[in-house]
Design a protein around this ligand. Sequence first.
Ligand SMILES: C[S@@+](CC[C@H](N)C(=O)[O-])C[C@H]1O[C@@H](n2cnc3c(N)ncnc32)[C@H](O)[C@@H]1O
Length: 360
Amino acid sequence: MSDLTRWDERYVKGDTPWETGRPSSELQRVVAEIPISPCRALELGCGMGANAVWLAQQGFEVTALDLSASAIERARQRADEAGVSVRFLVADVLNPPPELTGPFDFFFDRGCYHVVRREAPQAYVQTLRRLTHAGTLGLVLAGNAREPHEPGPPVVSEDQIRQELGSLYEIVHLREFRFDQSQIDSNRYLAWSCLLRRRSEAEPAMGKIVSIVHKPAGIDPRPPDHYARVPLPTATLEAGRGIVTDSKGNRPERELNIMALESLEQLRAEGYRTAPGEMGEQIVVSGININKLAAGTRLRFGKDAVIEVVKPRTGCDRLRQIQGCTPAQVAGRIGIMARVLVGGAIQLGDAVALIDADGN
Ligand SMILES: C[S@@+](CC[C@H](N)C(=O)[O-])C[C@H]1O[C@@H](n2cnc3c(N)ncnc32)[C@H](O)[C@@H]1O
């Protein structure tokens, strides 16, 4: 059975446990809080239209789409009854028709992203790329992987949201809330409220390089109480190696250890020594929570270099010996291991940007 038939049948049978009959409380809260003024708005996977109608009542010029023709028919009735005008479309968010043109200034999604991302997160982002502009705000409400339920809404983790949506959008807030109670399910499922703002092409930078160190040949390779590391103002990254002058590079899983400045500041406050290289890292970045990046996430360093996250760092015996910490004391704060995919020159102060697999 195709997705289209499956969703449509659910509406025909009334198997719609997400339908509350009311506009989402979280949508209303965020529109009031930011505030988001009436503008051209797009709703993705709008179901029976309660949110689209509410946005139109607030003065937004609303286009709303859903895969299910039955849902759209009910949504049109709802708009008629409310006496508002909404442009409803039966359309696939993963392959929207050419007549759907943007750009929209605001988009809203309650429960569509968490469904379609399982099949094609990149196609979803591609649609957003086509239909939004720099500065567009988006509110995505999705099930939260910290409380999976069966049955219940599909869930997504914080890392997945950051990885999938963070390449095109700045994440303005990512906070937990509970979905409103629906008409046929009394549970209030834990969810994410993710407010996004599209970055401009000239503003891909989300962070910057604040420290680079290497272990050159010719120094004592293993002092007993500190790492052998020398700070650098500039360096060259080489694919398949790491920092070209670093004798610690060249290991497939760990060409680079990268840490977040914000974690180092916390660790310093707890008494650890955190001058450049003292936690065994090669590069420190500010402005991006490196610890949260999933394996496979790509970052551009400076103009040319591209690195890929391999896995979180867990800390070796040497770190414990030098810093006197247990793995649990530093877990989730000592950054990631990464490999260099594209080489290039880097220097202190260079921009660091999350990018997608196409390099955007
Ligand atoms: C969990 S429901 C949420 C409906 C509505 N947003 C709400 O809050 O009541 C998910 C909706 O996404 C729609 N949907 C699923 N896949 C879709 C796709 N590829 N394109 C457009 N809509 C889709 C379904 O038909 C359904 O209406």
